[in-house]
Design a protein around this ligand. Structure first.
Ligand code: C2E
Length: 733
């Protein structure tokens, strides 16, 4: 028989092992299979058989059942454990048949063959066993391949599923993103448009809701149209050209353009466009982002305006004035020309502001600004330089005569009465004029010199104009020096108070003194107050100096009382600035407290001009002072407004007739009538009358005869230093 397949296992010859203690059996078996295509191993016992199996690959074992030392069953059990793939066949006698069949059934051996065996049967058994082994191995190999392929398939499947899941997630995310982008575009504050770049005329295919909010157009009205309709007729704009170029070149573009809403109103569009490309890199659409920057533009314009113009009056401000002056100077230099500059300051504007409030003051300034503009040519610059200061640069005026004409016109215009808040007001302005280059080679000097000239105009009586002169500049410089000297005088204690007695014509006694300030200058000697008080008024120096006088005079009055001299009134001059100060009554109370002087001995002399500045406020202040016992005198009566209503309105105790009316009595009939009228009128108001500047016996007699209560003047005594005044008090009272 030929069994070619079974003799080969995995491409090699199958190996058979015969185990029997009987060498004749072994030889018989070898003989039987010698010519078959097998590799044959022989072992004379179980132990040797196991050694062979360890050293060689054995496909089939034929083993005798009954062997000494190790039985066939024992050997096969060990072989099964170590080489389960090896086919095991038992050679058995009939005596062992039962246990052999059991072994077959339990799978411990493949089959058995009873001794003596039939050769062909044994060969067939071996062949079949090997065939089966081969088939089983083949099946296992195939199963392994199938298992491996299954595993690979599973892995591919799992990978595919993973991929599908991932793709699905990506798609879901992409969908979400798309939705989000869509919502973002719809919710965007900026207008967003998409136009079709492939169609002629680049028509609109999409616009978000903000587009409607900004332009007022519904989507239905604008779809399919070219967005140039937003320009209205306003096509001549530089920004548009850059947008057109961008579209032509299919690139991104940006421009700020004027657009018009559906209602025709203008809005500033900060427009950015960008091309959208398809997969083939072709531009299919343009996206446009519209930002309505109208508010920003308006604010910007306002800021620019504010940087150059005065908010209140709309006149040029200092910044722009500086530029214009620079220009005027360079033009004048280039063309060898002269130009003129007016420095203007409203007279008594502070009074309007203080008495009527800032809003009236502002309105007043606006009206004046308008009037100034009326006086100049449209191309000239009138600037608001400070609170109530204005500057006018006039390149066309080169001669003093022309400048004087304009100045006069400005004064006339400003002085026209005007109605504000139910009041009739009359403006007044002082103008200083300087010429370039004569009065200043640069703008700072020119402005300063015109300002100096303006002070000259003020000095000349206000509501007038002055040309800059070096002489006045010198005077101004002296004034500045004097101011500094006065500050120093206060620091160095150079002020002294003189006292001039007041004589009571009824009791014929000194019943008071007036404190009069002197400046004991180390070089110039005693300087009278008229020489420096006006300046201290202008500079606020009067406040510390006035307080010093109050303090010194009150201390002096108290000192005389303490020295046993009869108690007399101490009259002290109060300047308008002091009186209008917010803490004047507190200052007085403090001075009284510090000096220890009883309020009823203090007599404050105020002028008509001072109370006139803000009558309501001053009436309250004076009443408050009067309430604590202080006396109030109206000084210099007759020189100012001399209004009867004032005598009623303010809590005056005394009325002082100015020296100007006393000088020529009793000879001048006019003055006599006036003085008699004042005395009668004052008495009607229950005021005492004091005559100032009494120098002659005739004046004394006249005044005594006509009921004047007190006199003050050189006739009785000049103002005296404290020590001399003390002597006089001792002698006379
Ligand atoms: N020709 C002539 N003059 C006479 C005669 N009798 C008095 N006088 C002068 O007339 C001035 C009277 O003072 P006033 O009217 O209050 O006028 C004062 C007053 O307005 C102001 N003044 C003086 N001291 C002070 C002060 O402490 N504070 C303030 N705010 N002003 C003061 O200065 C002005 C001038 O003061 P004075 O030079 O001291 O001049 C004093 C006095 O010396 C006379 O018979 N003939």
């Amino acid at each position: 028989m030929n069994f070619p397949q079974s003799s080969m296992t995995n491409g090699r010859r199958a190996a058979l092992l015969f185990v029997d203690d009987d060498t004749t059996v072994l030889k018989a078996l070898r003989r039987l299979f010698r010519h078959e295509n097998y590799t044959l191993y022989l072992a004379e016992g179980g132990a040797e058989g196991l050694t062979v199996m360890q050293e060689h690959v054995v496909d089939l074992v034929i083993c005798d059942m009954r062997m000494p030392t190790m039985s066939g069953a024992e050997f096969l059990a060990q072989a099964l454990e170590q080489w389960p793939e090896t086919v095991r066949i038992l050679l058995t006698g009939y005596a062992d048949l039962q246990s052999t069949i059991e072994a077959v059934n339990k799978g411990r051996i493949y089959s058995y063959c009873t001794k003596p065996w039939d050769d062909e049967e044994l060969k067939l058994l071996v062949h079949n066993a090997l065939q089966q082994k081969h088939l089983r191995e083949e099946q296992e190999r195939l199963s392994a391949i199938i298992r491996q392929q299954n595993d690979e398939l599973k892995a591919i499947n799992e990978h595919l599923e993973e991929k599908v899941e991932q793709r699905t997630a990506e798609l879901e995310q992409a969908n979400k993103n798309l939705l989000l982008h869509n919502q973002a575009i719809e919710a965007a504050r900026n207008g967003i448009t998409i136009t079709d770049a492939k169609q002629a005329g680049n028509p609109l295919v999409y616009a978000n809701p903000a587009f409607k909010r900004i332009t007022g157009y519904d989507l239905a009205e604008v779809l399919g149209r070219n967005l140039s309709f937003l320009q209205g007729g306003d096509h001549d704009q530089p920004g548009l050209e850059s947008l057109r170029t961008a579209i032509r070149r299919q690139t991104a573009g940006y421009a700020v353009v004027r657009n018009y809403r559906k209602d025709g109103s203008l809005f500033w569009n900060e427009l950015a466009i960008a091309p959208i490309k398809n997969a083939n890199d072709e531009v299919t659409h343009f996206v446009g982002i519209i930002d309505d920057i109208t508010e920003f533009k308006t604010n910007q314009a306002q800021l620019e305006y504010r940087a150059s113009y005065d908010d209140l009056t709309g006149l040029v401000n200092r910044n722009l004035l500086n530029d214009r002056l620079d220009n005027a100077i360079s033009t004048a230099q280039r063309e060898q020309k002269v130009f003129c500059l007016f420095f203007m300051d409203l007279d008594d504007f502070k009074v309007i502001n203080d008495t009527m409030g800032h809003s009236v003051g502002d309105e007043f300034l606006k009206i004046i600004a308008g009037r100034l503009m009326n006086c100049v040519r449209a191309c000239d610059s009138v600037a608001r330089y400070g609170g109530d200061e204005f500057v006018f640069v006039c390149p066309s005026i080169a001669k003093t005569d022309d400048a004087a004409l304009i100045a006069a016109r400005i004064i006339t215009e400003v002085s026209q009465p005007l109605q504000l808040n139910g009041h009739t007001l009359q403006g007044a302005i002082s103008i200083g004029i300087g010429f370039y280059p004569e009065d200043g080679l640069n703008k700072e000097t020119l402005l300063q010199h015109a300002d100096t000239a303006m002070y000259d105009a003020k000095d000349k009586g206000r509501n007038t104009f002055s040309f800059y002169t070096e002489a006045f500049n010198q005077r101004l410089m002296q004034r500045l020096t004097l101011e500094e000297d006065l500050r120093q005088a206060l620091r160095l204690d150079q002020f002294v108070v003189y006292y001039q007695p007041k004589f009571d014509l009824h009791s014929e006694q000194i019943n008071g003194v007036e404190a009069l300030l002197r400046w004991n200058h180390p070089e110039k000697g005693l300087i009278p107050p008229d020489h420096f008080i006006p300046l201290t008024e202008d500079t606020d120096l009067i406040l510390p100096i006035g307080e010093w006088v109050l303090h010194t005079a009150c201390l002096q009055a108290k000192a005389w009382q303490l020295a046993g001299l009869p108690a007399i009134n101490m009259a002290i001059n109060v300047s308008p600035k002091q009186l209008h100060g917010p803490t004047f009554d507190q200052t007085i109370t403090r001075v009284l407290l510090q000096s220890g002087l009883d309020a009823r001995f203090l007599d404050l002399e105020v002028t008509e001009g001072a109370v006139m500045l803000d009558p309501d406020k001053i009436a309250i202040t004076l009443t408050r002072l009067k309430d604590i016992g202080i006396r109030i005198s109206m000084d210099d009566f007759g020189t100012g407004y001399s209004s009867l209503s004032y005598l009623k309105r303010f809590p005056f105790d005394n009325l002082k007739i100015d020296k100007a009316f006393i000088n020529d009595i009793p000879l001048d009939e006019g003055d006599v009538t006036l003085v008699l009228t004042i005395i009668a009128m004052a008495h009607n108001f229950k005021l005492k009358v004091v005559a100032e500047g009494v120098e002659t016996q005739a004046q004394v007699d006249f005044l005594a005869r006509n009921g004047c209560d007190e006199i003050q003047g050189y006739f009785f005594s000049r103002p005296l230093p404290a020590a001399e005044m003390e002597q006089l008090l001792k002698q006379t009272n």
